[in-house]
Design a protein around this ligand. Structure first.
Ligand SMILES: [Zn+2]
Length: 308
């Protein structure tokens, strides 16, 4: 079983300041942990390149992309939303993160890899079609989904988002596209406070109360996602892998542990094996306690790689 690990050092150039939780050190923490445990050496490490603009245009309007590019400052930072700053390296990192989505999808679809994890930032799942939000510029997982549908001619994919925040951007983008089943679990009430009351058969919102533990998550997933996944029969599983539902994360109040990330990953592998030749592309979203992020991501990747 081959698992690709996509990482480009230039994703760490985007730096919103020493006190910003979405820090370049997040990627370093994950990669260092994989290196220390020896797992990195068992993965196929790939350096992704920038996404082709056409791949972004499948998800965002041309005017939105142009607007971000035109804002791109020569020096200093521009706040593009109350939580999100853009500096001159940000677009390079954002294009690389979206490029990883394309490359990982191509690798998994061509059989070069069975599964893939993209250690990228900026994250993507809050970016709506036409709106930068919550540390996100381009919706990376949506770029992966459209690549699978448009270029690889798949008919059905599923996006599983277990970040502690709802994947409002992903929901916004696929609201009227029944080829894409979006299952999002999240603490509620909590940011982003949008797209919560969406009523579409392909959008499954799974809110969890503050202080919910992994056992509640498991029950909710079994209740809300199992039969939907069985009915949809996704030919590819895409994961918005945020690890900020961990009990030590500073930005939210859920109480997941590493074993819960192992459990959900195993469950997704079973679904992928049943309907999608085992194909999974997972992309980093949130996770802001570096220790918890590193150990949770390592647990997830270990299961993705079949080492667990
Ligand atoms: Zn999050």
């Amino acid at each position: 079983m081959k698992t690709a690990f996509l990482f480009n050092q230039d994703c760490t150039l985007h730096d919103m300041g020493a006190h910003h939780p979405e820090s370049p050190r997040r990627l370093q923490a994950i990669r260092e942990r994989l290196n220390q445990t020896g797992l990195l050496q068992e993965l196929d490490e790939v350096t992704p390149q920038e996404a082709d603009r056409n791949c972004l245009l499948a998800v965002h309007p041309d005017s939105y992309i142009k607007n971000l590019e035109e804002l791109d400052p020569a020096e200093g930072m521009i706040m593009v939303d109350p939580d999100t700053a853009l500096m001159n390296c940000s677009m390079r990192a954002a294009y690389l993160a979206a490029g990883a989505a394309v490359e990982a999808t191509d690798m998994v679809m061509s059989g070069q890899a069975d599964t893939a994890f993209c250690a990228v930032r900026p994250p993507g799942h809050h970016a709506e079609r036409n709106r930068t939000m919550g540390f996100c510029f381009f919706n990376n997982i949506a770029v992966a989904a459209r690549r699978a549908l448009d270029f690889h001619a798949l008919e059905r994919v599923a996006i599983i988002d277990f970040d502690v925040h709802q994947g409002n951007g992903t929901i916004d983008i696929f609201l009227d596209d029944p080829r894409v089943l979006v299952c999002s679990s999240f603490e509620y009430p909590l940011y982003p406070f949008s797209h919560h009351s969406v009523d579409r058969p392909n959008i499954i919102n799974t809110p969890l109360e503050a202080y919910s533990k992994g056992s509640s998550f498991k029950r909710a997933v079994e209740r809300d996602w199992f039969h939907q996944l069985q009915d949809h029969k996704p030919q590819l599983i895409l994961v918005s892998a945020g690890f900020d539902a961990h009990k030590d994360d500073p930005l939210a109040h859920l109480e997941f542990e590493e074993k819960d990330y192992r459990w959900i990953t195993r469950m997704l592998k079973e679904v992928a094996d049943a309907y999608g030749h085992g194909r999974i592309v997972s992309m980093l979203e949130g996770g802001y306690n570096l220790e918890a992020l590193a150990s949770s991501a390592a647990a997830h990747i270990e299961v993705l790689a079949g080492k667990d």
